[in-house]
Design a protein around this ligand. Structure first.
Ligand code: GLV
Ligand code: MN
Ligand code: MN
Length: 411
């Protein structure tokens, strides 16, 4: 493992400064920005150094192929990897850990003298977080046809830049006529994504590596509250139509509703117009991230938050519209594949409330499973996210063992 430790640490050191904020220590790697492109170029160079054949699709999803010789070169591949983009001010591990571990697992397999009997592919999907264009797992959704080019091209970022234009500025020629990776299902035998754990389950169990069982359904909903701009001093309290009040009460209602149901509801982003201290705002736009254990439960949660928001809007004299921007259904990972990952090491099998490209591929019918690496802080989507190197190496070893079984003689 000494070689792999040096290898893992060298890759981690190279990625560490890219897109890192000097003030918070968090990462800003939004898709098609210079920082994310630098990570992408780093990934391509790492694949090339290892002699992997690099292929990108027309939206920037990129894979490196390790092909066996002979007819097996065209067999469906075992795909592993993750993503390199981050949320705003995110942690170092969410995404990159899966990509670096996949590369390190290839090195470990070669160190063991392993020769694949079917191709192994290491991949990095674009815009997994939906932090720029609002749609979670946009790259893998496009790759699997769950989102079409027509739906994606006009999505805009906060500065009004269209997705299609962002791709072109990054030198990627989107090809609307080409349905991205149309034959994905035929080219991929299965997908195993390694990811940092985003909670405390493995910490509590005192084990470094676990396997995912399922992903909760989740969605992002834009709440537009419209009121009337007016003077903060001269407008009597009873004469106001203040959308901030409706929003504030909605945030409290969402929190209470999710607590009552053992679910999740978060307003993490708010846009206020005109955003002046001495004026009642004219408009508040707020994004609700809601998650629940089943699709019906998620629908009930959203409906109840919306009902309470409308009720309050009626009393505040404001107007409300709600738009679903990104909805991801529930996912149960492939039972056989999950058992094959968990059985040899007796790894715990745990559910997650976080979204992943693995969920999108699973919904596309690709047998999919996930490995989680313990996160001692339990914190994620924050600079405090962490994983100890020894745990990361345990993850690399579990991934290499998995790839060996899936792409070896018995695969
Ligand atoms: C992605 O990490 C998500 O769960 O939102
Ligand atoms: Mn994430
Ligand atoms: Mn992730």
């Amino acid at each position: 493992m000494g070689v792999i430790l040096a290898d893992f640490e060298a890759m981690w050191r190279e990625l560490a400064p890219i897109g890192r904020s000097a003030s918070s220590g968090g990462y800003f790697r939004q898709p098609f920005t210079p920082a994310e492109r630098e990570c992408h170029a780093w990934f391509v160079a790492q694949c090339e150094t290892r002699g992997l054949e690099v292929e990108s699709d027309p939206v920037g999803n990129t894979v490196g192929w390790w092909r066996p010789s002979g007819p097996a070169a065209d067999e469906p591949a075992v795909l592993t990897g993750s993503h390199l983009d981050s949320v705003l001010d995110g942690g170092a591990y969410d995404g990159p850990l899966g990509v670096v571990s996949a590369l390190a697992a290839i090195d470990l397999l070669r160190d063991r003298g392993f020769t694949p009997q079917r191709p192994i592919m290491v991949g990095a999907f674009v815009e997994e977080e939906g932090s720029r264009f609002g749609l979670a797992c946009l790259g893998s959704r496009l790759a699997t046809g769950q989102t079409t080019w027509a739906q994606a091209r006009d999505l805009t970022d906060r500065d009004g830049v269209r997705f299609g234009d962002a791709l072109e500025s990054a030198g990627i020629e989107p090809d609307p006529g080409h349905v991205v990776w149309t034959k994905l299902r035929e080219r991929i035998a299965c997908f195993v994504e390694l990811h940092v754990e985003q909670g405390r389950d493995l910490v509590d169990r005192e084990v470094p590596v676990g396997v995912a069982s399922a992903i909760w359904p989740h969605g992002r909903y834009r709440f537009d509250f419209a009121g009337e701009a007016n003077h903060a001093g001269t407008t009597r309290m009873e004469d106001r139509r203040d959308p901030m009040l409706t929003y504030a009460m909605t945030a409290l209602a969402a929190n209470k509703q999710a607590r009552l149901g053992g679910q999740r509801a978060t307003f993490g982003r708010v846009d206020v117009r005109p955003n002046g201290t001495n004026a009642v705002p004219s408009r508040v736009t707020a994004w609700l991230d809601a998650r629940a254990e089943s699709t019906p439960a998620l629908e009930v949660l959203l409906a109840e938050v919306e009902r309470q928001a409308r009720d309050r809007a009626g009393r505040d004299g404001t107007a409300l519209s709600v738009t679903a921007e990104s909805v991801s259904g529930e996912v149960t990972f492939d039972v056989d594949l999950t058992a094959r990952l968990a059985a040899p090491g007796g790894l715990p099998v745990i559910p997650t409330m976080a979204g992943h490209d693995a969920g999108v591929l699973a919904r596309a019918g690709v047998p999919t499973a996930m490995l989680f690496v313990r996160n001692p802080t339990g914190v994620s989507h924050s600079p405090a996210e962490h994983a100890e190197t020894a745990d990361c190496l345990a993850g690399v070893e579990a991934l290499a063992d998995t790839l060996e079984r899936l792409a070896g003689d018995g695969g």
